[in-house]
Design a protein around this ligand. Structure first.
Ligand SMILES: Cc1cc2nc3c(=O)[nH]c(=O)nc-3n(C[C@H](O)[C@H](O)[C@H](O)COP(=O)(O)OP(=O)(O)OC[C@H]3O[C@@H](n4cnc5c(N)ncnc54)[C@H](O)[C@@H]3O)c2cc1C
Ligand code: SF4
Length: 568
């Protein structure tokens, strides 16, 4: 029996989440330009567009009463954001040229850095690879950055629709016309409760997809329009904690090696980050490529193990995990790079653009995506503005095509091309892959030429592993349920199930999901007939997206549910 998770993917018709607009003029909400997702891409795009419209009141007037809107499924902007984060400030500086770095929402400039190769008990300092140099960058909480940006966006007249999920993309004749938002107040079986609020169609001249990694609508659109890149998209899962520490950390630290294994057989690619967040806090996380083989690998529990390593234990000694809501988080990262970008970044039929993580703009060796997300949102805004100023309808074929060329010609395209084969090279293991990555860096990506192929994360088979993890002591090491609590997750228990997975899967695949999910959503249970069954606990879900990468499908639950991150 196959142990490849993709072989058990739920059936989803390409049209399930794509429908023609149906609401009449008095039933729908009309906005000018809609950004789907209030992360760095959506907020930067909305702010840039607001700036451009300020200088062109006639264009703004033509966009109606609500020229710009952002829909965000989290309770507030940043509620669903998890990142490192060390941020390249280029995009924020361009957006806010009059704001000095000291007043941007950063926790401080990077003042030192170190990279270590970890063994189970040791740490060997290695030279910092050029891709990981962070001089000139700043540490931050992405959740805080989003709240700060959202305040500015609102002050510029952008309408923020928080607690609103985009569930369906509205398309007609190949062009995107907006979204339909999800219902609220549905019972577990989908029936309306007394507080039921039906979703609404939101129509827009242009709909910018800024949903982040494994975007529900972006994925549906890519499948519907056959826009997959040359390589399939692949993903990693990041899990992080924020610690209150008595002693400030003076440098940005990255590690490779333990607790991941370097053997090619295990396909364990990833590393850890430890970032200072001002004098009293430290951000600590692990990122693991989801194409690993070991079905007992649990990124959540590897992070617990990491905290017992002497290097890390010394940094968090005498400290406590930030437990006041949002001190723990998990999120998937797109890893496919240049060759996995959608074939076209502007939807061929018109009306929509892919920005940020939902397009896959992440430089994996550098662990950077935030400034690419912001910049792509800004380029999307500029492209749409130029079309509107020229009196063109962005929903006509070809009108927004300039965005594709603009992204590829910008530093987004340049940086991603330079590292275009680097993630794939790491499939050869840490030593051989690291050597190839070094040559790729020296030749700006030209070595050894051609395209390295890669597999989708769900297409690699899993096998029984047998890893064991430290017992949770509730002080340094934690179990998954207390981490879910620390995420501030407030999902209502009676919501309809938003996770589409098959439960009739081989035990090896189910075990992989149980171990992978950082929020204990999957577990073995016994049914009434005494059979062992895979039980799904959707309210635990922190919306990290990993199940979509590994053979299932996450669809956005009721708007406003999920984690309430504050410092991740
Ligand atoms: C552990 C980790 C560490 C990282 N470290 C760094 C780092 O140090 N530096 C760096 O530059 N990058 C880092 N990254 C990558 C970076 O965080 C992302 O590239 C970046 O956040 C992408 O921005 P985005 O706006 O495209 O998507 P997101 O940040 O994911 O934002 C998308 C938003 O859209 C909302 N949304 C999604 N779907 C819907 C929907 N259907 N309806 C309504 N709203 C929706 C989400 O709730 C979210 O608020 C890291 C990522 C992780 C996970
Ligand atoms: S069930 Fe939710 S928390 Fe668990 S892996 Fe899937 S998306 Fe992440």
């Amino acid at each position: 029996m196959s142990r490849i998770p993709a072989d058990y993917a739920p059936t989803i018709a390409p049209t399930e989440f794509i429908a023609p607009p149906a609401a009449g003029a008095d039933e729908r909400i009309d906005v000018g330009v809609l950004f789907v997702g209030g992360g760095p891409a959506g907020l930067a795009g909305a702010i840039r567009l607001a700036q451009l419209l300020e200088s062109a009141p006639d264009v703004k007037e033509r966009l109606g009463e609500v020229p710009i809107a952002v829909v965000e499924k989290g309770k507030y902007p940043g509620a669903h954001l998890v990142s490192g984060a060390v941020i390249n400030p280029v995009a924020l500086r361009k957006l806010f040229p009059d704001v000095p770095d000291a007043r941007l929402p950063f926790r401080g400039p990077v003042t030192g850095e170190a990279v270590y190769l970890l063994t189970e008990t040791g740490a060997i300092r290695v030279p910092t690879p050029p891709t990981m140099k962070n001089h000139g960058n700043h540490s931050a909480s992405l959740s805080e950055v989003a709240r700060w940006m959202a305040e500015r966006a609102e002050a510029m007249g952008v309408m923020l629709l928080n607690e609103t999920t985009a569930t369906t993309l509205l398309m007609q004749d190949g062009a995107v016309h907006g979204i339909r938002s999800g219902d609220k107040g549905l019972d577990r079986d989908g029936s309306p409760m007394s507080n039921h609020e039906p979703g609404a169609e939101i129509h827009a001249r242009a709909t910018v997809l800024s949903e982040g990694v494994i975007g529900h609508l972006a994925q549906s659109l890519i499948a519907h329009q056959g826009l997959h890149g040359e390589n399939p998209q692949s993903y990693s899962l990041g899990v992080k904690e924020v610690w209150e520490v008595p002693k400030p950390l003076d440098r940005v630290i990255h590690t490779v090696g333990w607790p991941l294994r370097s053997g090619r057989r295990w396909r364990e690619f990833g590393g850890t980050f430890i970032y200072p967040m001002g004098p009293h806090q430290v951000s600590l996380g692990i990122v693991v490529g989801l194409d690993y083989a070991d079905n007992s690998l649990s990124p959540h529990d590897l992070l617990q193990q990491l905290k017992l390593h002497p290097l890390v234990a010394g940094i968090i000694k005498g400290g406590t995990r930030h437990e006041r809501g949002g001190g723990w988080g998990a999120k998937t990262i797109p890893e496919g790079g240049w060759y996995a970008l959608p074939r076209r970044l502007a939807v061929p039929g018109g009306g929509s653009l892919f920005t940020g993580d939902c397009a896959g703009f992440v430089n994996v060796p550098a662990i950077k995506g935030i400034h690419y997300a912001m910049w792509s949102g800004m380029l999307a805004a500029e492209t749409i503005f130029e079309a509107l100023r020229a009196g063109k309808d962005p929903r006509a074929p070809g009108v927004l095509d300039g965005y594709d060329a603009a992204v590829r010609a910008s530093f987004i395209g340049r940086d991603l091309r330079r590292v275009r084969n680097m993630r794939q090279a790491m499939n050869a293991g840490l030593v051989a892959g690291g050597a190839m990555a070094g040559l790729m860096t020296l030749t700006a990506g030209a070595f050894p030429g051609g395209r390295f192929r890669s597999e989708a994360s769900a297409d690699t088979s899993v096998e029984p592993g047998g890893r064991t993890y430290p017992r949770a002591d509730g002080r340094v090491t934690f179990d998954k349920l207390s981490s879910v609590y620390a995420s501030g997750n407030r999902t209502r228990d009676t919501q309809p199930n938003h996770l589409r997975i098959r439960t009739d899967v081989p035990e090896d695949v189910a075990n992989a999901w149980i171990a992978m999910c950082p929020a204990a959503v999957y577990e073995w249970a016994t049914d009434d007939a005494g059979r062992k069954v895979l039980r799904v606990n959707p309210p635990n879900c922190v919306q990290c997206g990993a199940i979509s990468a590994k053979g299932g499908r996450f669809t956005p639950p009721e708007g406003g549910s999920g984690p309430e991150y504050t410092v991740t």
